[in-house]
Design a protein around this ligand. Structure first.
Ligand SMILES: Nc1ncnc2c1ncn2[C@@H]1O[C@H](COP(=O)(O)OP(=O)(O)O)[C@@H](O)[C@H]1O
Ligand SMILES: [Mg+2]
Length: 239
């Protein structure tokens, strides 16, 4: 069963010299802009349970693919089909309310992720234990450091039991000890076979460990799709 389908997905960004031009550009076609093609008619399918590493140099379009899947952005042309609940380790504090406490934000974020209140109640303790931010959990999160927010955000996502887990390595989650804990948790999640994992990383050893399939992107095009070991060889050859 395909859980994700990209059908000729085209995503282009228009870059204007300044805000005035950008505004004018909304109404007038002739306003000059530079076009950046982030996804150049991409077509691929991902099956339930696949572990896919997206590889490629900076600007290749990896984050764009992930954003199209999470619904943060939309294609100009083509179709993106996603079935199931998506949880993304992309922008960890997205969906938080600064005035709410950490605990209240767990409920808020879980609701955004489509998790029922009853289910959230069951997850609450695990989420708090993993985040390990002590008594701050009952303080408004505007009092948190960015590291504390990230820890709470990460903890909610990895405990959310979603169908699709998206991990963009651009992720920074605080100190070494917590990073190690995160990797261990991701390893644990990857070991269960009903989850689909999409992973963007520059670390080839991590890609090899966590993924079975590799997709190489370059300038918005797909240049390779196949077995992870072959993908890594190809990546090393190309870049
Ligand atoms: N919000 C944006 N506005 C304008 N251009 C963007 C935006 N996001 C991405 N791009 C451009 O789209 C291309 C692909 O970006 P991205 O998907 O972030 O690549 P990657 O994650 O592989 O580094 C790049 O050329 C980038 O400059
Ligand atoms: Mg990126």
């Amino acid at each position: 069963m395909n859980i994700i389908e990209f059908d000729n997905v085209y995503k282009m960004y228009k870059l204007y010299k300044n805000d005035k031009k950008r505004l004018l550009g909304l109404f007038l076609k002739k306003v000059k802009c530079t076009k950046k093609i982030a996804s150049n008619y991409l077509t691929f399918k991902i099956k339930k349970g696949d572990r896919v590493a997206f590889m490629g140099p900076n600007g290749a379009g990896k984050s764009t693919v992930l954003k199209l899947i999470t619904g943060v952005c939309f294609p100009n042309e083509g179709n993106v089909k996603v079935e199931g609940r998506v949880a993304a380790l992309l922008e960890l504090s997205a969906g938080f309310d600064n005035e709410f406490t950490g605990r209240e934000n767990i409920y808020l974020k879980c609701q955004l992720l489509g998790i029922s209140k009853k289910e959230t109640k069951k997850l609450e303790k695990q989420i708090i234990d993993f985040a390990d931010i002590g008594p701050y959990i009952d303080q408004p999160i505007r009092t948190y450091s960015s590291g504390m927010r990230a820890r709470l955000g990460f903890s909610i996502i990895v405990h959310s039991k979603s169908d699709i887990l998206i991990i963009d390595e651009a992720l920074s989650v605080g100190d070494k000890a917590f990073k190690d804990k995160c990797v261990t948790k991701i390893r644990e999640i990857c070991a269960s076979d009903n989850i689909t994992v999409l992973f963007v990383t520059h670390s080839l050893p991590m890609a090899r460990e966590f993924c079975t399939r590799g997709i190489i992107l370059n300038k918005g095009h797909m240049v390779f799709d196949g077995d992870i070991d072959e993908a890594i060889d190809e990546y090393n050859r190309l870049f």
